[in-house]
Design a protein around this ligand. Structure first.
Ligand code: CO8
Length: 273
């Protein structure tokens, strides 16, 4: 949190551990807010630093098994990078400060990250949602990469992840025109996991998070990693990675427990070991 102190302002990331979800007690789920609602949660460098710090702390916290990331307020997940801050950058300042290297750290978070998206997820906000493993969208959500309208282009994964998610034809149109797609189209094209009524977005994400948090933690981490590798590896390498991870899980207590519980017709009790 050094950057926050240096900037002398209130934290722009808030972390809660909700005790109750829509379907009962929630255990092991952290709820992280992007908390600059007056500017539609625009991501400035301090906020990116705080976010990576917070997520890495949660990744190392045994009390947390799944992270839900959402925007404070009802209007936006995040309306992109902070344009006031970007407006004064030069190639030299960007290279010297290299704030965006932190972005790379987001994809190294090992625990599942669920984006709960209401309203705008634009530019860096859309890229942040796409960096998450699952996206629960409210029916008011809008996704897009409007950087072209600012004289630039996506810089934190938009051209790559959006294209992989929705295909070249539509991704190219969004990136070249700055147009947005709504939640229903995002769902139909496979960008989001599910769409729910806007007011229920966080509750639905927490419910999904609670379900995942109830699964064996080591298998969850290994499975998340393997699915994400599918976007990076060729099929042969991906299958080899998956098989190796599968074999490794047979060294876990939870594998023995899960299979014994099935045979004994009882509920498994996971230890994450
Ligand atoms: N940066 C800074 N301030 C913003 C941003 C932003 N991205 N988006 C909104 N705001 C501010 C507005 O300036 C306004 O502030 P104020 O009340 O002080 O005037 C407040 O939020 C509310 O916004 P509006 O009044 O504009 O609300 P509207 O409902 O009229 O419009 C929109 C909402 C359509 C979302 C509009 O605000 C907009 O177009 N915002 C900019 C969207 C955009 O271009 N995003 C891309 C930014 S560039 C980027 O993301 C590059 C990513 C590179 C890597 C990122 C790593 C983090």
């Amino acid at each position: 949190m050094r950057d926050t102190e240096a900037a002398g302002r209130a934290p722009s990331i808030r972390v809660e551990f909700p005790a109750e979800g829509p379907a009962g007690p929630v255990d092991g789920v952290a709820l992280v807010f992007l908390d600059r609602p007056k500017v539609l949660n625009a991501l400035d460098f301090v906020m990116i630093a705080e976010l990576t710090d917070a997520l890495e702390a949660l990744d190392g916290d045994p009390a947390c098994r799944v992270i839900v990331l959402t925007g404070a307020g009802e209007r936006a997940f995040a309306a992109g990078a902070d344009i006031n801050e970007l407006a004064v950058q030069t190639p030299t300042t960007l290279l010297a400060d290299d704030h965006f290297h932190r972005w790379e750290r987001l994809k190294r978070i090992r625990k599942p990250l669920i984006a709960a998206v209401r309203g705008f997820a634009l530019g860096g906000g859309c890229e942040l949602a796409m960096t998450c493993d699952l996206i629960v969208a409210g029916d008011d959500a809008q996704f897009g990469q409007p950087e072209i309208r600012l004289g630039v282009m996506p810089g934190a994964g938009g051209t790559q992840r959006l294209t992989r998610a929705i295909g070249k034809a539509r991704a190219m149109e969004l990136v070249l025109t700055g147009a947005t797609i709504d939640a229903r189209e995002a769902e139909a094209r496979g960008l989001v996991t599910r769409v729910v009524p806007a007011a229920e977005t966080v509750a639905a994400a927490l419910e999904l998070a609670a379900t995942v948090a109830g699964m064996p933690p080591l298998a969850v981490i290994a499975a998340k990693d393997a699915v994400n590798r599918a976007e990076e590896l060729g099929l042969e390498d991906g299958l080899a990675f998956e098989r190796r991870s599968f074999y490794l899980l047979f060294g876990s207590h939870d594998q023995r427990e899960g299979m014994a519980a099935f045979v004994e017709k009882r509920r498994p009790s996971w230890t994450g070991s």
